[in-house]
Design a protein around this ligand. Structure first.
Ligand SMILES: Nc1ncnc2c1ncn2[C@@H]1O[C@H](COP(=O)(O)OP(=O)(O)OP(=O)(O)O)[C@@H](O)[C@H]1O
Ligand SMILES: [Mg+2]
Length: 579
């Protein structure tokens, strides 16, 4: 884990080294300052030596200035190093996520990925900043201050050996109590993010089902939990202050009491007593800082683990060593294909599928909801790998292709489609960044989108707010089809992509496909029989199996399921005449 994280320090190694170095300078000076002060008092002020006062005073001022400068510079280096480290970490995670297959994405929730990219990275950033600064400073300060105080007066300094274990033990107990609470808080943040994200993404559904009250309750529960835990954590940490204060006062009282007698008995000078006071503060403060670092590091360990989990996620799709770079044609063959989303062999979503689709054919896929239609077509551009059997495209196993080359040739309009904020033109060019305006218009005509786009005052430059909230469902679907067409693919897959388009326009789209892109293999998943009845072959699916393949007339004569669906839709009064 540490190795993974350290590799992200990258170009910020210099800052990461300079921060502890300047901190060392700061500590050395800070430890020397009480000593200079002691000399100033004993040799200057007490003896009334003006020249000594001036000389030592000058050195003192210089030491203070240098120590302050070192402190500021250390702070700068530490924040630059930690911010850079965090930026590298975020970038590496983001790039890793871009390479995730659908299988990888299924394993993490979106909300948890967002928390990992934001909150967790920030935690690790703070911890790193502390490690290269405070975690260097405090132990060093503790050590040197102890050393100096023993040099000044070993007898008095024994008080530290009594107080430090007592304070350290107390701080340790506090940190140990607080740690699980903090851990819980970060998990609650995960939940809070999920609740808010799902709510915002589904705000229309929430409103139409009048679920606002339920959503508010869900939100309040998580929010309340975070509040309670934070209060608890603060309560535990609040013990830090009295513990610290009592330790400081015990030491100061003891040193003043015994020290004053020593000064009177002239076994110790006033300067030495004053310097001991400074060392007391330095020792105890660094002990407290150390306990804070301890808490911070333990908290961020959970965050670091969650980050590394993303970085180490095993990618389950790999490019072959000598990939095939060109797809010969749009022929598709399934050979004894079985597939399950989980690695559990008993949970198969596709069982023993055999299919033969010639290049250029139009194929309809029909079947009940959850019968495996989307699952079947996702294997063609290798969004998932088969569990058993082989999928061939253009006569070659899809696993032998270069992933990008394969996906260039297989355009898929997903069931849950997404447009991005930007103009219509920009969205279409996702299909092909270099397409000319004429090409854009041509594909939009094919997808029956040209008409409604021109009806907008800004035409093709119309801005799509937030992924197309200002479009109707059917308009969005047609834009997605046009975007896929722009890739000029050898295989075009429409997964329920005309469900929101009226039957007449649906028929026009299919007619345009037949006439304008005859070489492209077209796979059309549909709920309406009318959308597939003119296809070369229709695949009927039921519970993960292909139960029948044939033309409309053949299936009507031989297949019970198909006949039932067809007749129920006829009775439903769909205007099938349009097809
Ligand atoms: N990402 C996924 N992870 C796990 N299981 C999934 C996933 N996607 C689908 N499934 C399961 O696979 C089965 C087939 O789903 P699929 O989406 O292929 O059905 P479909 O025929 O496309 O249905 P619909 O007509 O409703 O779109 C279902 O039982 C579903 O629960
Ligand atoms: Mg589906």
């Amino acid at each position: 884990m540490i190795k993974q994280l350290f590799s992200c320090i990258g170009e910020y190694k210099k800052e990461s080294l300079l921060a502890p170095l300047t901190v060392t300078g700061e500590v050395v000076l800070e430890v020397l300052i009480p000593l200079i002060m002691a000399s100033l008092i004993d040799k200057g002020i007490v003896l009334g030596q003006m020249d000594v006062i001036l000389k030592l005073g000058g050195i003192l001022v210089a030491a203070v200035l240098f120590s302050l400068t070192f402190g500021v510079v250390a702070g700068l280096y530490a924040s630059r190093a930690s911010a850079g480290f965090a930026a590298n970490l975020r970038k590496k995670m983001y790039y890793t996520i871009q390479d995730f297959s659908f299988y990888n994405i299924d394993r993490f929730s979106t909300a948890s990925l967002v928390t990992r990219l934001t909150t967790d990275v920030t935690n690790v950033q703070h911890a790193y900043q502390m490690v290269i600064r405070v975690a260097v400073r405090s132990p060093m300060m503790l050590f040197f201050s102890l050393l100096m105080s023993f040099r000044v007066n070993p007898r008095l300094s024994f008080i530290f050996l009594v107080v430090i274990p007592f304070l350290g033990g107390g701080l340790y107990l506090i940190a140990r109590r607080a740690f699980p609470v903090f851990n819980r808080i970060f998990r609650a943040y995960d939940r809070l993010n999920r609740v808010v994200q799902e709510n915002l993404r589904g705000i229309r559904v929430v409103k139409s089902f009048v679920r606002e009250e339920h959503e508010k309750k869900k939100f309040n529960e998580v929010s309340r939990q975070i509040y309670t835990d934070f209060t608890l954590a603060e309560k535990i940490l609040a013990f830090n202050a009295p513990l610290m204060q009592s330790a400081i006062y015990i030491c100061l009282l003891f040193i003043s009491w015994v020290g004053a007698r020593m000064v009177v008995a002239t076994t110790m000078t006033t300067g030495q007593l004053v310097s001991l006071f400074s060392y007391t503060l330095q020792i105890l403060m660094s002990l407290m800082m150390l306990s804070m670092v301890f808490v911070m590091i333990t908290i961020s360990r959970a965050s670091a683990e969650r980050i590394v989990e993303v970085l180490n996620e095993e990618k389950d799709l790999h490019n072959p060593e000598h990939p095939v770079m060109t797809v010969k044609d749009g022929g598709i063959r399934f050979e004894k294909v079985s597939f399950g989303y989980s690695k559990n062999p008993n949970k198969l979503c596709l069982v023993d599928v055999d299919l033969q689709i010639e290049s250029g054919q139009t194929v309809g896929i029909i079947g009940g909801t959850g019968s495996g239609k989307s699952t079947l077509v996702q294997l063609i551009p290798r969004l998932y790998d088969v569990t058993h059997g082989t999928v061939y495209v253009g006569g070659v196993d899809v696993r032998s292709y270069d992933l990008q080359a394969l996906r260039e040739q297989v355009a898929m309009v997903l069931q849950k489609n997404v447009l991005f904020s930007g103009t219509i033109k920009e969205n279409l060019r996702w299909g092909n960044a270099n397409a000319t305006d004429e090409e854009l218009i041509a594909v939009c005509r094919l997808a029956q989108a040209d008409g409604f786009i021109r009806a907008f005052p800004e035409g093709y430059d119309t801005y799509l707010e937030q992924g197309g909230v200002n479009l109707s469902g059917g308009q969005k679907q047609r834009l997605c089809i046009a975007r896929a067409l722009l890739k000029k693919p050898k295989i075009l897959i429409l997964d329920d992509s005309t469900s929101a388009v009226d039957t007449k326009t649906d028929a026009l789209i299919r007619k345009a496909f037949r006439e304008m892109i005859p070489e492209t293999t077209k796979l059309i998943i549909a709920q309406r029989v009318a959308s597939v009845m003119d296809a070369d072959q229709i695949i009927v699916m039921d519970q993960g199996r292909v139960v029948a393949v044939g033309s409309h007339d053949e299936l009507l004569a031989t297949n019970q399921i198909y006949r039932e669906v067809y007749h129920s839709q006829l009775r439903g009064g769909d205007d099938h005449g349009a097809a």
